[in-house]
Design a protein around this ligand. Structure first.
Ligand code: 26M
Length: 809
């Protein structure tokens, strides 16, 4: 801009007002008199976007000038959350915007309601991607996030007769003002077809695809907070080429056939798979993955070549972080590009490839480890399968050299699984093809090394690391909880803590200040009033996350039913009023999870209709949990339910968001709960249940859920009530699964959980004690900032340093 003498956007209220009106007039083509609320929204979005576009241009210039090692985050999912509020905050234009809207007769709140969140992810993994790119920008790390621009994001959930109903999420129906299309950077991606030998080369092959599809990128801005950097997330959308429209068929009246090829192409980015734990093995999903990887790698290579010539520099200028195994086909794709297209020899290409990638694993559940049938891979990506076979051959030789004659080990470690149908094991490919592998919490990383990936850790111990997850304090404290943010800023003297979350520790000294405690309590109460989910003076007990049996919403439910029974038995008891709030989506085909949702709502209805119990206990199911709803619930929570069976939840990040907002955790020794407890202090955390070792032992020694049922009268009463139809006959499937096999040891942890809830109630009765614990939770959770997570990746895995963007003037 400076180079060509382009006028800089003004920073006064008047400048902003002028620019808003100009956006309305020239870009929306309407006038103040006739502008709809949506016109005002779009004009505002464009005006705010312009404030970031200039920083974006200067960021790209500074980063390319530096020719750094770029971080490329490859993820099939991003749960970015609403953009308007964030971009107002990050561009410092919130007050200007509220002022400028006045002549339009609109409030900022009304306009913010029109901002739709792009739901391009399922849950934790997608939201982590969004938090990490936020922190990379905030830490001035040159980075690009690559993903898929699904037309339909995660489904919209509603309740019908107490059960989950799903509707498509056409999130960009009205357009998306935050997006910059970049049609000139489109890529062509091949699928199917066959390979042919290349005369004179033993290793190179020519792949002749049977189908080609265009990938068109657009990007959204990812501003850093309190810094000049604005990075981008680049999302690919599939399009049919001009040739995919068959004019001759159209002329013959075959309208559907005429567009069928284009429709097939566009289906690749049509919809996000709403499943987050079981592998379905659908070909379209593999197509999505390859589409993402092929487009992104070509874009990465294009960018590399802007400043570099020598392939031997590629890994020094590029680190590609794989967000789980979903983008792992990028490894054979880079090999294919280097060997077949750029004609490098195999060993050189392999050495470059290995140094280019790192892999983050997000699970321990065996059923969540991705594998693809060999025959499907062969049909869709014939050249990639050949390359995988070659990688495997070299790899198994290395194993044989380390462990001579250990045939069993070779079978276990092979990238190709041979038990039954032959399958490509994506996690094995990801470990073999990368320089670093990390889990997402201490326990998770340890269990990866000791169980799922043990053979690999034996072979390459130094490759395995831990990087504990984190969250964006800007989104999950500053934006979600402005009241608490103000109290913190007053306590710490400014808002510097938003870029340096360890400074929250300075709140500790205020934990015993009665006036500060009173303010702390009144913030929580006001947030509960806003949420309007129940009596703001009741204990607000929240369990918000995807529905999965390992997360054990059913355990919370058994607690609710037991409270219900106790209150009925003794209506005049000194009961602590509680509001139990559930929210979360179940994968549409996950019937057991859907039965749990149904039972929650049936129990909620029974309690609401019971005049004896209703004054003390209320159960609420909030529909359509997403980032926006999380931002409303989290600030209002008193108690955070983190009750997965130990050894199953890789990390959890909701646990961090809630603790940072002053909720106390009741939880097991699972995932990051362990680290949260270590930071806040064991006296400020409600711990219960088996640990991961005990849980594994219980399974080995033969677990019999019925023994717990027989032994525990209250547990028996809860399950019997379900089976006797106390909740309208709903929930028998849940009871049957718990009594039959109870995969996640719910009954084994029931008594310990109930005892622990009594501890919670003892603490709650002492208001000052509770508030002190709450303040200490916030004060001691600075570690869980995603800025720290990114600093860890940068230092230990990426080996990159910040490239600051100079401020103007
Ligand atoms: C795979 C194949 C086909 C379709 C969908 C998938 C798939 C999509 C999302 C599988 C898993 C997906 O997400 C898993 C996830 O969200 N894991 C969570 O990651 C968080 C961030 O690290 C952790 O905090 C959670 O513990 C972990 O469950």
């Amino acid at each position: 801009r400076q180079g060509i003498g382009l006028r800089r956007l003004g920073s006064t209220a008047d400048d902003f007002q002028q620019d808003l009106l100009s956006s309305l007039y020239y870009r929306k083509g309407t006038t103040v008199e006739s502008a709809s609320a949506r016109d005002a929204y779009e004009a505002l979005a464009l005006t705010v976007r312009d404030r970031l576009a200039d920083r974006r241009a200067r960021t790209a210039a500074a980063q390319f000038a530096h020719n750094p090692r770029w971080v490329y985050y490859l993820s099939a999912e991003y749960l970015l959350g609403a953009q308007l509020e964030q971009n107002l905050l990050y561009s410092g234009t919130g007050d200007l915007a509220a002022q400028a809207l006045k002549p339009l007769g609109r409030s900022l709140e009304e306009i913010e309601d029109l901002d739709v969140e792009p739901g391009l992810g399922n849950g934790g993994l997608g939201r982590l991607a969004a938090c990490l790119i936020d922190s990379m920008a905030t830490r001035d790390i040159p980075a690009v996030g690559y993903g898929i621009r699904y037309d339909f994001g995660i489904f919209k959930q509603s309740l019908e007769d107490g059960g989950q109903a799903e509707r498509a999420d056409d999130w960009a129906f009205h357009g998306n003002p935050w997006e910059f299309p970049a049609p000139d950077d489109r890529q062509t991606v091949g699928f199917y077809g066959h390979t042919e030998p290349v005369p004179g080369s033993p290793v190179r092959k020519r792949w002749v695809p049977g189908e080609t599809v265009l990938g068109e990128p657009s990007h959204m801005l990812v501003p850093g907070y309190n810094t000049e950097t604005v990075n981008i997330v680049r999302l690919w959308r599939a399009r049919g080429s001009e040739a995919s429209f068959d004019l001759s068929r159209f002329s013959a009246g075959q309208y559907a056939e005429a567009v069928q090829e284009a429709v097939r192409a566009e289906n690749i980015s049509k919809v996000l798979y709403p499943d987050d734990s079981t592998e379905l093995g659908r070909e379209l999903r593999l197509k999505q993955q390859y589409f993402l990887c092929s487009c992104s790698l070509r874009d990465i290579i294009r960018r590399f070549r802007l400043r570099n010539e020598n392939w031997d520099d590629f890994a020094d200028k590029t680190i590609i972080q794989l967000n789980d195994t979903h983008p792992t086909v990028a490894i054979p794709e880079l090999m294919r590009l280097l060997v077949d297209e750029y004609e490098l020899d195999w060993d050189r290409a392999w050495s470059i490839t290995r140094r280019t990638f790192a892999y983050t694993c997000h699970t321990l559940l065996p059923e969540a480890l991705e594998t693809w049938p060999v025959h499907m891979f062969e049909r869709l990506l014939p050249r990639h399968l050949e390359i995988i076979y070659l990688i495997n051959m070299h790899f198994l030789r290395e194993v044989e050299a380390h462990f001579p004659g250990d045939a069993d080990r070779i079978r276990r470690m092979s990238i190709i699984g041979e038990n039954g149908e032959r399958r490509v094991r994506m996690a094995h490919l990801a470990v073999v093809g990368t320089e670093a592998v990390n889990g997402v919490a201490e326990l998770h990383s340890k269990l990866l090394r000791e169980t799922v990936l043990q053979d690999f850790a034996d072979l390459w111990p130094a490759k395995f690391q831990n990087v504990t997850n984190g969250i964006s304090p800007r989104r999950f404290i500053r934006l979600a909880n402005p009241r608490l943010s103000e109290v913190i800023s007053d306590g710490l003297g400014g808002d510097g803590w938003l870029n340096d979350l360890d400074r929250l520790a300075e709140l500790e000294s205020l934990a015993d200040d009665p006036a500060f405690r009173e303010r702390w309590r009144s913030v929580k109460r006001a947030n509960k009033v806003d949420l309007a989910a129940g009596d703001p003076d009741s204990l607000t007990d929240v369990m918000i996350k995807r529905f999965h049996e390992y997360k054990r919403q059913q355990l919370k439910l058994l607690h609710v039913i037991t409270m219900y029974h106790r209150i009925r038995e003794n209506p005049n008891g000194d009961w602590i009023p509680r509001t139990v709030l559930f929210a979360g989506k179940a994968a549409p085909a996950y019937h057991a999870a859907k039965h749990i949702i149904r039972l929650i709502n049936a129990v909620a209805a029974t309690i609401a209709a019971d005049p004896v119990v209703a004054p003390h206990l209320r159960v609420v199911f909030a529909e359509n949990y997403n980032v926006t709803l999380a931002e409303r619930i989290i600030p209002a929570a008193d108690l955070s339910e983190q009750i997965s069976l130990a050894g199953k939840e890789a990390s959890g990040t909701g646990n961090m968001k809630l603790a940072l907002n002053g909720a106390l955790t009741i939880g097991t020794l699972d995932g990051a709960n362990i680290e949260i407890r270590a930071h806040v202090g064991e006296e400020n955390f409600f711990l219960f249940g088996l640990d991961a070792f005990q849980a594994a032992e219980a399974r080995i020694n033969g677990y019999h859920p019925r023994e717990h049922y027989e032994r525990d009268a209250e547990l028996r009463a809860a399950l019997d009530a379900i089976n006797a139809g106390a909740f309208g006959g709903v929930g028998r499937e849940v009871a049957e699964s718990l009594l039959g096999w109870d995969e996640y040891l719910t009954l084994a942890d029931y008594r310990s959980y109930l005892d622990c809830q009594e501890e919670v109630e003892r603490a709650w009765r002492d208001r000052d004690r509770w508030t002190r614990m709450s303040i200490l939770n916030t004060a001691r959770c600075g570690f869980f900032s995603a800025d720290r997570t990114v600093a860890d990746y940068a230092a230990r895995i990426w080996r990159v340093a910040p490239v600051p963007v100079p401020r103007e003037d």
